[in-house]
Design a binder for this molecule. Sequence first.
Ligand code: SF4
Length: 191
Amino acid sequence: MAVGRAMMFLRFSGCNLRCSFCDTDFSTKYIFDTPTQLLTWLKSRTPKPVKDLCLTGGEPFIQIDTPLIKELMTVFPRIHIESNGTLPWPDGLLSSLADSPTGVIYLTVSPKTGSTWNTSLRPIAVKVIDEEQDLRQYTQIYGEFPCYYLQPVTTDDLVINQQNRLKTAQRVMDNPRWRLSLQTHRWVGVV
Ligand code: SF4
């Protein structure tokens, strides 16, 4: 949804799933005792004009809560959350934002084959890895509203990666509700 926009990324360690293609580093590099501590650390690394923050993982819903999100929104009014779509929103978060909005949350879910999806989530975008699966299962659950993104599998083999990109591009042409997702940050070397 926000491809190309300058954004800070906050990657939470740990996940409740174990996907075979997962390339996430689950090691814990930093531990913060309070939301304020985390925000102070984040601010010291953020170029001043950047107002977008992406919470990703691992699975951020395991660790985030309402006080943390409200604290982060004092600096980052646009919070983007990337979730595997299996867990519920933190207690009280949506109601507290509705009562006193300080920012906006954009939720992207990336549901994985074989996991139990939380069908009550209403994401703004759905992004899935192209495993040649039936794409109708996603649109049947999440409906007309979200943007749908299909992402080729990335491996260590450059030739296979190019073959995967062409294969996924063809699937998008065959399923025009979907858009091709190419992990722009990898292409420009911002990881
Ligand atoms: S949901 Fe994402 S972070 Fe979790 S195991 Fe699967 S690929 Fe890795």
